[in-house]
Ligand binder design. Structure first.
Ligand SMILES: Nc1ncnc2c1ncn2[C@@H]1O[C@H](COP(=O)(O)OS(=O)(=O)O)[C@@H](OP(=O)(O)O)[C@H]1O
Ligand SMILES: [Mg+2]
Ligand SMILES: [Mg+2]
Ligand SMILES: [Mg+2]
Length: 399
């Protein structure tokens, strides 16, 4: 571009250096997710160590679990985004609503959420965010949760939040994620994925789990024990994805908090590749993916992991493939995928539906028009093989 032309565009605000774009949004989103992860760790620790926690876990209409952490994270993220950008500029699509919380017989639950939210916000200064003074009241907490009522769509800017993804994993003391993405004119422009139980180095994973299971019966583990979790993030078009450790208790957040660049695995030989899928058969057909795996020559056992940690595993190069084939009629929600998709893509991977088309985040709350299932891969070669194999075996599947 001619210098003169560039100057003119800058003057009229038309020129945008891609490096400069979304800097504040990413910074705030990472801080919000770090806060959310710290909240979740505290709640998960008490859930696991405390036998009298029945008021902490509830069942939704579809029988899926929802906990104090899901509502509390939604409140905290909503509050931080509104505080940093002004509530009039913030529109959020998020998973939870306040129906259950607002019921007359849910006062204990609501109280627990308000307490958890305020406990987390009291720590906001550690993350470089001002805390509310005075602490938030019940009606304010309900309001910030219910403010996340955007319905998405093809135009404008909105955030997409899954406060706790893999709630089942969360209540079982296992993997879960906090997922926040920003969508502009139908395209995901940034994604942040907090994985509180996914250590910076995967070798620590089995150690952590063994430790967690043994020790949790005696004393709840504390977040300062070691870097047991990570936060991944990426900005569209940067061709870079980054990972930082969760903030340790009593430490101040210093941007970029020892971030490390991550990239996808270079393995493209199916025999050496690892594939991930949901833990629950009800969420994705294990028998269909087993057939696919066999037909393309995948030899390793599937890695069944709760939540969008599966997307993180591909982005970090810990696994090569993620497949999800939900039952016919199930509508995939945008908050279950937005953050993970952009992080894998910027880390060098490929994510499409089973027809090879990009996921469409511009049609509201659901991934409308999704062809059969989701295929995320570390590279194009492996991806192509899977897409071909889906076509070959779809007819004989019962999906
Ligand atoms: N029937 C059905 N089919 C497909 N997907 C479903 C289904 N029911 C729920 N969900 C969504 O799946 C999200 C959890 O996905 P996971 O990959 O973590 O599944 S699993 O828990 O490992 O089995 C889960 O996200 P969270 O609710 O945030 O945990 C749901 O949005
Ligand atoms: Mg989810
Ligand atoms: Mg969720
Ligand atoms: Mg849920």
């Amino acid at each position: 571009m001619e210098e003169e032309e560039e100057d003119k565009q800058k003057k009229f605000g038309l020129f945008c250096d891609p490096e400069e774009e979304y800097i504040k949004e990413l910074d705030v989103a990472v801080r919000a997710v770090q806060m959310a992860c710290s909240l979740c760790q505290r709640v998960q620790d008490t859930l696991i160590s405390n036998t009298r926690t029945n008021h902490q876990v509830h069942s939704k209409d579809d029988n899926s679990p929802v906990t104090v952490a899901d509502w509390s994270v939604q409140a905290v993220v909503s509050w931080v985004l509104s505080e940093c950008f002004g509530s009039e500029n913030v529109s959020i699509v998020a998973e939870e609503d306040v129906q259950t919380l607002s019921k007359a017989n849910a006062s204990g639950l609501l109280e627990a959420v308000v307490e958890t939210v305020n406990e987390c916000l009291a720590e906001a200064p550690r993350f470089g965010v001002q805390k509310p003074i005075p602490a938030l009241g019940t009606s304010e907490v309900l309001e910030i949760i219910s403010r996340c009522n955007s319905i998405g769509g093809p135009t404008g800017r909105f955030w997409v939040l899954d406060p706790v993804d893999g709630t089942l994993g969360f209540v079982r003391g296992d993997q879960y994620a906090v997922a926040l993405a920003l969508i502009e004119d139908g395209e995901v422009v940034l994604g942040v994925l907090g994985c509180p139980n996914y250590p910076m180095r995967k070798e620590w994973l089995s150690y952590h789990h063994r430790y967690h299971r043994i020790i949790s019966k005696l004393t709840p583990p504390t977040s300062e024990t070691w870097n047991k979790g990570c936060v991944l993030y990426a900005k569209r078009g940067s061709r870079e994805a980054w990972m930082q450790p969760l903030l340790q208790a009593n430490k101040m957040f210093v941007w970029p908090n020892h971030a490390k660049r991550v990239s996808v695995s270079s393995i493209d030989n199916p025999a050496l590749a690892t594939f991930c899928e949901p833990v629950e058969k009800a969420n994705s057909s294990h028998s269909f993916t087993a057939g696919l795996a066999h037909s393309v020559g995948l030899r390793k056992q599937p890695l069944r992991v709760y939540s969008m940690v599966k997307y993180a595993a591909i982005a970090r190069g810990d696994a090569e493939l993620f497949m999800k084939f939900a039952r016919a009629g199930y509508k995939e929600k945008i908050w279950d995928h937005a953050a993970g998709v952009i992080i894998i893509q910027e880390a060098g991977g490929v994510v499409t539906d089973a027809g090879g088309r990009p996921l469409d985040f511009s049609k509201g709350l659901y991934l409308k028009g999704l062809d059969r299932g989701i295929v995320a891969c570390s590279g194009a070669t492996l991806h192509g093989k899977i897409i071909d194999a889906v076509d070959a075996s779809w007819g004989s599947s019962s999906l």
